[in-house]
Ligand binder design. Structure first.
Ligand code: MN
Length: 128
């Protein structure tokens, strides 16, 4: 799984949680790195923060979608606030689904596994 997220705290939260569920996780700090890693590493699913420096998550998604290798990888957009139109903007950019912060880790992991067609290999369902 590729986690594209500029916040170090969220990077650690997401990575730890997904690794405890048995997934291999790579991290991109910004949109440009997300595009590069998506095409180099071919992750089975991408969790894409929308607000990132240099290149935001929607532009990164559009660039991934414009490539042959990135046309079909599942991408889940993660937005800072639930605002009207967020979902439509994310889907229009090519994302498969959209969730809002604060991140519900078990729900996001469930969604990522489902979109990637992965079995849930870890036993952890809640971070508490
Ligand atoms: Mn961000």
């Amino acid at each position: 799984m590729l986690v594209a997220e500029d916040s170090p705290v969220n990077q650690i939260l997401l990575t730890d949680f997904l690794e405890l569920r048995g997934h291999e996780v790579i991290v991109a700090d910004d949109g440009a790195e997300a595009v590069r890693l998506a095409l180099q590493q071919r992750p089975d699913v991408i969790l894409m923060d929308v607000q990132m420096p240099q290149m935001d998550g929607l532009e990164a998604t559009r660039r991934i979608r414009a490539t042959a290798d990135g046309a079909h990888v599942p991408i889940i957009a993660v937005t800072a606030l639930a605002m009207d139109g967020d979902r439509d903007r994310c889907l229009a950019a090519g994302c498969d689904d959209h969730v809002s912060k604060p991140i519900d880790l078990p729900a996001l992991a469930d969604l990522a596994e489902r979109l990637a067609g992965l079995p849930r290999s870890g036993g952890l369902s809640d971070p508490k």
